[in-house]
Structure formats: structure tokens, C-alpha cells
Design a protein around this ligand. Structure first.
Ligand code: BES
Ligand code: MN
Length: 457
């Protein structure tokens, strides 16, 4: 590992400069006007992988291209295969006025690289690319065969990747699947994540009168769609934070004892957490701790609501319609389709006949759970300990990675989630950043992990 370490320490600057180039692409998958930027980003990556000597294919899809890059095959019966997954698409940067520096002009400040996608997920998967580069450029035999699978639609639900993986399961099958698209519990707690929540998205619309009406002339005689929608939404969760949609919790697998203990052992300060989020106090489902609520309990969340007059001053109307975007986060063994149906049925049941209700299901992603006791997890613990100098912890995460469940069902290899993000990286928020110390440690960790996996077999 000496030569690899030397290579890594000598190339810290170019690695960061390359990451900056990657972050400069506004590869926002949810906004059609960025289609061209998404394609350019994929092209840049393809070229980058080629210069490192990997065999690269860019697969077009109905959406954004999927990149598959393979290291030159190492022969021998004992060489395990590793698939490394990441995504080059990013969330929209808006609201722009809250950014201290421009989201797609990455800037280094105090050891951090600021820019949309710097941490979610460009900086994280790029760390693995640089680790593989170190093997190749120093002519150190790679202990495993590596395939990178980098997609451009994670932030919009990974639908095209799902069919791609199902179709090409044989080619993509690997002994281990490494994903860095989660966070460490803290800077001092390198983390192996063994579960992520799923998601069931739903749009709801309430239509009332055929047009906005004068609220003085007609108000009081017809249902107000915004009020009706507010009631409908409020009828989904009770004052104790329990989702009251019948059947919602039926498939929830309770936390195991060791998990509750593990979570309780983590240094988590509720006050500091509330301060960090800018809320006066914390709330959530009664009977559960904050970490349990975030990681292991399902939620019903309103992501956006619209309807009626939003401009300055007053406009006295009964609005014609109101709408809401809802997502439920799901835990093992809830099924997104079933949950979307239960919520729809519940809304229909409580909706008065004075309005028309339309519901449209959105993307679905299954919750994910992997045994934290596999060989891969053990190898990850060794690699994290070496690179970060402290004892790794096991955690769940509240966010979703839609493709993980498909990997699990169709590729079978052990899935290892070793996030390089930090809790204050501002994912999906203004001023997203990647901690560069974490980036470099992540590269070293990846080099170690590949080596460990090569000997674990
Ligand atoms: N990297 C996140 C997933 C994540 C977030 C993992 C927080 C662990 C903690 C990913 O890019 C993401 O944001 N996914 C979306 C998926 C959705 C659009 C289907 C999410 O969780 O909202
Ligand atoms: Mn991500």
C-alpha cells in the first residue's frame, strides 16, 4: 500500500481540481432545461474513466445515460468482483439567493468544497474512482475486478436504471456492491449503514368551483378547496404523530434490541440537533427516540402545497382548486405500492362530496435492509477504522436509494453502504459542501476496502 499511499498524497490537488470540474456541470435531473448539462456531465465522466484505462460504455435510456466502466480484468479464480454505484445527477439548487457562492461554480473554503452535488453524490463516488486510479497508475495489481455503475436519475427515482439492472443482471452481478451515498454519523464516527427507508410519492388535488369565485358573493355557500385539502391532510396524522391511515403500520418490522441499544449508544444531543435545524423544539411519533423516528419509523410528509392567491396583498376569492405533494418514507417490510393505495383509499373515505378529489401516484422505492454481519461489512469496518482512525458505527438512514432493493433482488452480492457525507453537508439545501478531508480519507478507505475484499474471499 506504500506506493498507493504515496500516489494519493501526491495527487490531492489534482483530485480536488477534477472534482471541481465534475461539480461545475449543472446536472439537475428533474429540470428538463438541464438535459444538455446532464449529457455533458455523463460525457465528461466517460472520458475521464477512459483516460484512467477503464473500458467504458455509456448506455442511453429514455431518460439520462447510464455509465458502466470496468477495470481491465484481473484473471484468477480468487479475484472477487465489486460493483461501485453512484449518481452524477443532482438536486435543483433553488432557492439561489440563499447560496453564499454560486452552486455550479465550486469554491473551496476552510477545507470544504461548496457546490450543488459536491457531496450528494459527486464527491462520494469520485473518491472510489480515485482509489481505483491509484491502483492502476501505480501498477499495483487490483485485488478485485471493479465495475462502476454511475447513473443520472437517482434524484428522480432511478426508474430507467431499475429496468437496466434487471435486464443486465448477469453482466452486473458482483460479489460485493459498494455505495457511498449516505452520511457518517459524525466526523468522528465513520459509519456502515445497513438500512435505508423507502418512499411512496403521491399527488393530491382537490377541485371545487369551475373558476375562482368572489369570496364575498359566494363564500360560505361552497366548499373552499384549500380548507378541504387542509382537513384531508390533517386527517392522516394524529396529535401523537401516528399516521392514522388504516393498515399503514401493518408490515413494519420492529427494531431489534441490539439496534435500539446501538442507537442509544451514539452520542446524540437533541438540543444541538434542534438548534442545527433551526426549530424551537422536536416532535415526532410518540414512543420513539429521534434516531428511531428518523431511521426506522415510517412517516407521512407534505412536501409542498399550493392553491389560491399567492401574490402581494389580498385577493378575495374562493380558489377553484388546491393541491399537495406527499411522500411517505417507508421501512422494512412496507411496500410502496400498497402504502400509496392505503393512503389514497383513506383520503377518498374522508373526502367530503362537496369537492372532487384526484390522486396521482409518483415514484416508488422499496426500503432496504442488509445484514450488518457479512464479510463485506467486516471488510468495511477494517477499511473505515484505518482511514478515519476511529471505530466505525452501524446505523440506519432515513433517506432513500431507490436502486438498492433492485440490486438486492437481482444482483445478490452483499451491499456495503459506506457514506462519506457529513450531517451538515446540506444535501438538497443551499450551500451544499463536501468536506475535503473526508474526500481524501474516503479515497484511502476505498483503496483499503478493495484490498480487504480481495482477501476476504
Ligand atoms: N443520497 C441521497 C439518499 C440519502 C439521503 C441517503 C440521506 C441517506 C441519507 C439520495 O441522493 C436522495 O436524496 N435520494 C432521494 C430519492 C428519492 C428522490 C426517490 C431521497 O431520499 O429523497
Ligand atoms: Mn444521493
Amino acid at each position: 500500500m506504500v506506493t498507493i499511499q504515496k500516489y494519493l498524497s501526491q495527487n490531492r490537488r489534482p483530485f480536488v481540481e477534477q472534482l471541481k470540474s465534475l461539480v461545475r456541470f449543472p446536472s439537475v435531473s428533474t429540470q428538463p432545461e438541464h438535459r444538455h448539462d446532464v449529457l455533458s456531465c455523463a460525457d465528461w465522466l466517460a472520458r475521464h474513466f477512459r483516460t484512467l484505462g477503464l473500458d467504458v460504455k455509456l448506455y442511453p435510456t429514455k431518460g439520462n445515460p447510464i455509465l458502466v466502466a470496468r477495470t481491465p480484468p484481473m484473471r484468477g479464480p480468487k479475484v472477487p468482483s465489486v460493483l461501485i454505484y453512484g449518481h452524477y445527477d443532482v438536486q435543483p439548487p433553488e432557492p439561489l439567493e440563499l447560496w453564499k457562492t454560486s452552486p455550479f461554480e465550486p469554491v473551496e473554503r476552510a477545507g470544504k468544497l461548496f457546490g450543488r452535488g459536491a457531496s450528494d453524490n459527486k464527491g462520494q463516488f469520485f473518491a472510489h474512482v480515485k482509489a481505483v486510479e491509484a491502483y492502476l497508475k501505480t501498477h499495483t495489481p487490483l485485488p478485485v475486478n471493479v465495475t462502476f455503475l454511475i447513473e443520472g436519475e437517482e434524484e428522480v427515482g432511478s426508474l430507467n436504471l431499475m429496468s437496466f439492472v434487471k435486464q443486465r443482471a448477469k453482466q452486473l452481478r458482483a460479489d460485493y456492491i459498494i455505495v457511498s451515498d449516505t452520511s457518517m454519523f459524525s466526523k468522528d464516527h465513520p459509519t456502515i449503514t445497513y438500512a435505508t427507508r423507502g418512499i411512496a410519492a403521491l399527488e393530491v388535488r382537490v377541485d371545487g368551483p369551475s373558476r375562482d369565485l368572489h369570496s364575498g358573493v359566494f363564500g360560505g355557500s361552497v366548499a373552499n378547496p384549500v380548507m378541504t385539502l387542509a382537513r384531508l391532510l390533517a386527517a392522516c396524522v394524529d396529535a401523537n404523530g401516528h399516521v392514522v391511515v388504516p393498515g399503514f403500520y401493518d408490515d413494519v418490522r420492529p427494531l431489534e434490541k441490539w439496534e435500539c441499544e446501538q442507537f442509544r449508544g451514539l452520542p446524540f444531543n437533541e438540543r444541538a440537533y434542534a438548534r442545527f435545524l433551526g426549530v424551537p423544539s422536536l416532535v415526532g411519533e410518540k414512543g420513539y427516540t429521534t434516531l428511531e423516528r428518523r431511521w426506522a419509523r415510517p412517516t407521512f410528509e407534505i412536501n409542498g402545497i399550493s392553491g389560491g392567491y399567492q401574490g402581494p396583498g389580498t385577493k378575495t376569492i374562493v380558489p377553484a382548486w388546491a393541491g399537495a405533494k406527499i411522500t411517505c418514507r417507508l421501512v422494512p417490510n412496507q411496500k410502496p405500492e400498497a402504502i400509496a393505495q392505503l393512503v389514497t383509499r383513506h383520503l377518498r373515505r374522508v373526502c367530503p362530496s362537496s369537492v372532487r378529489l384526484t390522486t396521482t401516484p409518483g415514484h416508488h422505492s422499496h426500503p432496504f435492509h442488509e445484514s450488518p454481519r457479512g464479510r463485506g461489512a467486516k471488510a468495511a469496518a477494517v477499511a473505515l477504522r484505518k482511514a478515519f482512525g476511529s471505530e466505525p458505527v452501524f446505523a440506519r438512514e432515513g433517506g432513500s436509494l431507490p436502486i438498492l432493493d433492485v440490486f438486492k433482488r437481482h444482483l445478490r452480492g452483499e451491499i456495503i453502504l459506506v457514506g462519506l457525507g457529513l450531517p451538515d453537508d446540506n444535501w438538497h439545501s443551499p450551500n451544499e459542501k463536501m468536506d475535503l478531508a473526508n474526500f481524501h480519507r474516503g479515497i484511502a478507505m476505498s483503496a483499503e476496502l478493495l484490498r480487504e475484499l480481495g482477501t476476504a474471499h
